[in-house]
Design a protein around this ligand. Structure first.
Ligand SMILES: [Zn+2]
Ligand SMILES: [Zn+2]
Length: 188
């Protein structure tokens, strides 16, 4: 990192009150939430790299897990499941960081031109990097255990069809009718 360039901070994805982070399927656009793990930062970095290449790129392009949509089963690299808001935030961070790097380069040139009494340009200090995203709201998503992987996923409350494990892709069929309580009026 060049001298003076700010640290890339605030790129951690927000979590709700029980620690889940929002995802969105790029295929069916349905929301779900999972608990962030060490793979999340890699997915975030992978996404950042897509916007602006970093010097230490080789350190973070390996090991992006493939995730699957719990609803439609679509599988893709984890960063494909960033929500549009998260992607927009990451793009703003990447752009801001690149601006700071460019500013430092220009400012360095200007500083070292001290022998020149009239520099031909002035480096304009860029805006601060965007802060962290808004906190993640708790909405009506229910927690479903993924027994195959010992994970939990929050899915849309009304979803009553099969669920696919976001991690291994295993299909979990919904509870059968026998397990659901049925109330019926019987006229005599
Ligand atoms: Zn989907
Ligand atoms: Zn699984």
């Amino acid at each position: 990192m060049r001298r003076g360039a700010p640290e890339v901070t605030g790129v951690e994805l927000p979590r709700d009150s029980v620690g889940f982070t929002r995802r969105e399927c790029p295929e069916c656009q349905r929301p779900f939430k999972t608990r962030p793990g060490p793979m999340d930062s890699r997915a975030v970095l992978h996404k950042l790299l897509g916007f602006y290449p970093f010097e230490n790129a080789h350190e973070c392009v390996e090991g992006i897990p493939v995730w699957g949509c719990p609803y439609c089963g679509y599988r893709a690299e984890a960063d494909a499941f960033l929500t549009p808001a998260q992607q927009g935030h990451l793009e703003a961070v990447a752009r801001g960081w690149a601006n700071h790097v460019r500013y430092e380069q220009l400012a360095h040139v200007a500083r070292t031109l001290s022998v020149n009494p009239r520099p031909t340009f002035v480096a304009v200090e860029p805006e601060a990097l965007p802060g962290p995203m808004e906190p993640e709201p708790d909405e009506l998503l229910r927690v479903m255990p993924m027994l195959c992987c010992g994970e939990e996923v929050k899915v849309i409350w009304e979803w009553d069809q099969a669920l696919h494990c976001f991690s291994c892709g295993a299909r979990h069929d919904p509870m059968s009718g026998r397990q659901q309580v049925e109330l019926r009026f019987v006229s005599e």
